[in-house]
Design a protein around this ligand. Structure first.
Ligand SMILES: CNc1ncnc2c1ncn2[C@@H]1O[C@H](COP(=O)(O)O)[C@@H](O)[C@H]1O
Ligand SMILES: [Zn+2]
Length: 335
């Protein structure tokens, strides 16, 4: 199963740049042994996880390091046979780095990575902990730079500590009105009013969607509404289990999505912090819920339908997966 999941061409739709830095990348960026050591070792719950991102942020606070970090993360995903990656990151200003410089540096790093092995798109994040004005200023930068890089800047995310700040619907309506897709962290922790507000907005995708079903901290009303909307969910199994927002893999809410044939993709969220890979996420899902190799291939193939790629790119990725299946059906019994 592990080899199959590693070789399987995969689509990653929920990966935060600074949470995806591997230990070797942090070392290349000049991080101290001490800070690298506790990067993955001291995770107790979602609060502790949010402390870890500062390690990565300290390492990517210059143009050069941000450029190198972006290339290393793309390389990591390409080596894991991810053939389509929507990388997301929160524009931030540093000493000698404006938010616009931040965005353009990540865009240029993606452009310079040009490779036939992987297609990379960019989603830019609004941090929910920031004020309305700060998020609006960031959104205006994103809208402006989307005009300059329409092939790369595809969407806006809402992320940040789900226990702080809020979802400003008007900002995401403005993003949508300006041609940006929306992928919103929703129901990562219990927050029924906000979840209903986000579902009313109908984002293109939902991140986590942990607390939707009544058995997982949601409510009957939310679950009914969600089942009607069928918004694809980016499922981050290891992230949820490490953050304790899911009790275990066996009791992960993805069980309800599988049971009700609801649309979802598998994602790593922060492969560096959670010491995982997309291949591992597929392996865990397959082993935990006794899925066949064909089930896993279908999950990967369907993910491109939920992506922000254009129709031609989607066709290319579907073809690549179909061809891989034809070439490999003999190599794996009961594929
Ligand atoms: C674990 N669950 C999560 N829930 C919500 N937001 C998260 C997250 N994991 C990461 N982020 C968001 O991504 C940022 C780091 O990458 P970038 O600096 O944007 O590249 C974190 O600061 C947080 O805002
Ligand atoms: Zn996330």
């Amino acid at each position: 199963m592990e080899t199959f999941c590693q070789k399987l061409p995969k689509i990653e739709l929920h990966a935060h740049l600074n949470g995806s830095l591997s230990k070797s990348t942090l070392k290349q960026l000049g991080c101290s042994e001490e800070s690298i050591k506790n990067y993955q070792e001291t995770l107790t719950d979602i609060k502790q996880v949010f402390n870890q991102f500062q390690v990565a942020h300290n390492a990517t606070n210059t143009l050069e390091n941000l450029n190198l970090a972006t290339k290393c993360v793309i390389e990591d995903f390409a080596k894991d046979n991810v053939i389509y990656l929507e990388l997301r990151t929160t524009p931030r200003s540093e000493k000698d780095l404006s938010e616009r410089d931040y965005i353009e540096t990540v865009v240029e790093a993606i452009r310079n990575y040009e490779s036939s092995k992987i297609i990379v798109k960019l989603i830019l994040s609004l941090d929910r902990r920031r004020s309305w004005k700060e998020q609006l200023d960031t959104l205006d930068n994103i809208i402006d730079l989307k005009q300059k890089y329409p092939d790369l800047i595809k969407g806006v995310d809402l992320s940040g500590d789900p226990g702080k700040g809020e979802f400003f619907k008007k900002l995401f309506e403005k993003a949508r009105d300006n041609g940006l897709k929306t992928a919103i962290h929703c129901g990562e922790i219990k927050n029924d009013n906000e979840v209903m507000d986000i579902l009313d907005f109908k984002p293109d995708r939902i991140g986590h969607g942990t607390c939707l079903h009544p058995d997982y901290g949601g409510s009957e009303e939310i679950w009914q509404k969600y089942q009607h909307l069928k918004i694809p969910i980016e499922c981050c199994l290891t992230s949820n289990v490490v953050c304790l927002t899911s009790k275990s893999y066996e009791e992960h809410h993805v069980k309800e999505l599988l049971k009700n044939s609801l649309p979802f993709s598998l994602a790593t969220d922060d492969k560096g912090v959670f010491n995982t890979t997309l291949s591992k996420e597929f392996t865990v899902l397959g082993q935990t819920f006794s899925l066949s190799k064909n089930d896993l291939w279908n999950i990967s193939r369907n993910s491109i339908d939920y992506s922000f790629a254009d129709e031609e790119e989607k066709g290319f990725i579907r073809f690549a997966l179909e061809q891989w299946k034809i070439r490999n059906i003999e190599n794996y019994p009961n594929f």
